[in-house]
Design a protein around this ligand. Structure first.
Ligand code: CO8
Length: 259
């Protein structure tokens, strides 16, 4: 697919998405968000895609936030609309996707950039990455789910501190508080994400999707246990379940078809 602000490439069942506005530190303007919405929907419905890696162009920034120049004269209503549509079409769509998304955080992940990383299922940061939600320096608060997802990931105390001080933290600090899963050299960043997705690619696709849905239900639904029970039951109806159990008994590697 040809996009103006993204590079998207499908290779070995992995969709690589690079946010490509390097001169603006990959800030998310409206066009980029629309393209992201499109590519996220494409990932969800394309069977061949087993996982997605999102990163930023260049070595300085993952995404330095929403495009400040674009919303500088917004009214409250426009701000609310932008936040709502962005959350629905991009951030929640990523979190609720059947495909695992990994954020490869290659530099600044600020504001909407950190929110994008937090919507992904797994985060890996390069050593030079700096993460933060600096919206209060602009007289705003996070609007793409940051107040919720940061709290879920690191707890109320750290989340409030990060949001109301607007201080950035290093990748190492982020790993310590559970905001990123791994910190690696920048040169190893995509390789680490591929290593994780290559492991996931060996697993039963429908079970992977059911597991993501059930974990996310612990946050977004009133009865996540019930979601888990239903998803657990559905797994028994899949051919992959029969294949997984048969392969175990026959002492061979399972071949999953996602059915
Ligand atoms: N938006 C637009 N342009 C940006 C952004 C951004 N978020 N970040 C950087 N840029 C641009 C700069 O304006 C500059 O452009 P130019 O060369 O034309 O002047 C270029 O990128 C390079 O940036 P700097 O010269 O500032 O680079 P530095 O190395 O000096 O500083 C920083 C790097 C620290 C990352 C700095 O650029 C910075 O502080 N950026 C802004 C970070 C920020 O505040 N992000 C949060 C934005 S608000 C947000 O994300 C809200 C999300 C919810 C929205 C809900 C809907 C409304």
């Amino acid at each position: 697919m040809a996009y103006q602000n993204l590079i998207s490439e499908l290779k070995d069942n992995i969709l690589y998405i690079t946010i490509n506005r390097e001169k603006a530190l990959n800030a998310l303007n409206k066009d980029t968000l629309a393209e992201l919405a499109d590519v996220v929907a494409f990932a969800g419905k394309t069977e061949e895609i087993r996982g997605v890696i999102i990163t930023g162009a260049g070595e300085k920034a993952f995404v330095a936030g929403a495009d400040i120049k674009e919303f500088s004269d917004y009214t409250g209503k426009q701000g609310e609309e932008l936040a709502r549509s962005g959350q629905d079409l991009v951030f929640n769509a990523i979190e609720n996707s059947k495909k695992p998304f990994i954020a490869a955080v290659n530099g600044f992940a600020l504001g909407g950039g950190l929110e994008l990383a937090m919507a992904c299922h797994i985060r890996i940061a390069s050593e030079n990455a700096k993460l933060g939600l600096p919206e209060v320096t602009l007289g705003l608060i996070p609007g793409y789910g940051g107040t919720q997802r940061l709290t879920q990931l690191v707890g109320k105390g750290k989340a409030i501190e990060m949001i109301i001080t607007a201080n950035m933290i290093t990748a190492v600090e982020a790993e310590k508080i559970g905001l990123v899963n791994y910190v690696v050299l920048q040169t190893d960043l995509i390789g680490k994400a591929e290593e994780i997705l290559n492991a996931i690619k060996q697993r039963a696709p429908l079970a992977v999707a059911a597991a993501i849905k059930s974990v996310i239900a612990s946050i977004n639904e009133t009865d996540g246990y019930d979601t888990e029970i239903k998803e657990f039951g559905k797994c028994f109806e899949t051919s992959d379940f029969k294949e997984g159990v048969t392969a175990f008994v026959e002492k061979r590697k399972a071949v999953f078809l996602g059915k």
